[in-house]
Design a protein. Structure first.
Length: 233
């Protein structure tokens, strides 16, 4: 039987993706909105896409002129995505390393921007503290650097029928929530209740928050996310 990490490695190896960026990643970096505060002088700036998956957001970030870095939970997965990006028509160069929310393999104050799209809330075990995740992201980001992040709300389909563990910790149960094809069986997550809750957790290290909430009924699946952009203090 494959381990959890081996199953994810196989998933990304088999995935035939056209590498379209997430719509709201595009909106966050390119859109001009009255409530969005972000410096769009991207060319030559370093960005890390934490838990970058198949690299779909790297295509956009490459076109914007960023120097690209990323993480995935195993080096095998990182290598799979690196190769896919290299073979993309844009021949995208990106340094992707094995790393987790509590151990990003980059120096202090290294990045100008960081992106965490549906990633920062994954917990290693029931003793994990979200504060340590936030502090690790802040460590790798330069003072004044921008952090772009999304997390699901309690109404998002991916968190429905989860097991409550207390203190905003949950466990995904594939017997009740089969959308993940079992890949997320037993996965532990931290759930955010509101923008105020997010600012409470991130405020010690970040300031100048811009807020967005996405709520969509997508062919019977409830997609609902908090999205925020902020700067390291």
């Amino acid at each position: 039987m494959k381990t959890k990490f081996e199953a994810w490695e196989q998933y990304y190896s088999d995935l035939n993706s056209l590498l379209f960026p997430n719509e709201y990643v595009l909106r966050s970096f390119v859109g001009k909105y009255p409530g969005l505060n972000i410096d769009r002088n991207y060319r030559g700036k370093k960005i890390c896409d934490v838990s970058c998956g198949d690299g779909r957001n790297m295509v956009l970030l490459h076109k914007l002129g960023f120097d690209l870095f990323g993480t995935e939970v195993t080096q095998a997965t990182a290598d799979i995505t690196t190769e896919k990006l290299k073979n993309h028509p844009f021949q995208i160069a990106c340094e992707i390393k094995a790393g987790t929310n509590t151990n990003l393999p980059f120096d202090d104050n290294f990045f100008d921007y960081m992106l965490s799209w549906n990633a920062i809330y994954y917990l290693e075990d029931e003793r994990s503290e979200m504060d340590s995740h936030v502090a690790e992201y802040a460590r790798a980001l330069k003072k004044g650097g921008y952090f772009v992040c999304s997390v699901p709300t309690k109404n998002c389909y991916s968190l429905l029928n989860c097991k409550e563990l207390g203190n905003n910790r949950i466990e995904i149960d594939p017997l009740e929530n089969s959308w993940g094809n079992g890949l997320l069986k037993g996965t532990l997550m931290y759930r955010f209740d509101s923008f105020e809750h997010i600012e409470e957790k991130f405020g010690a290290h970040f300031t100048n928050f811009s807020w967005c909430k996405v709520s969509d009924d997508c062919f019977g699946l409830s997609l609902e996310y908090f999205i925020f952009v902020c700067q390291k203090r």
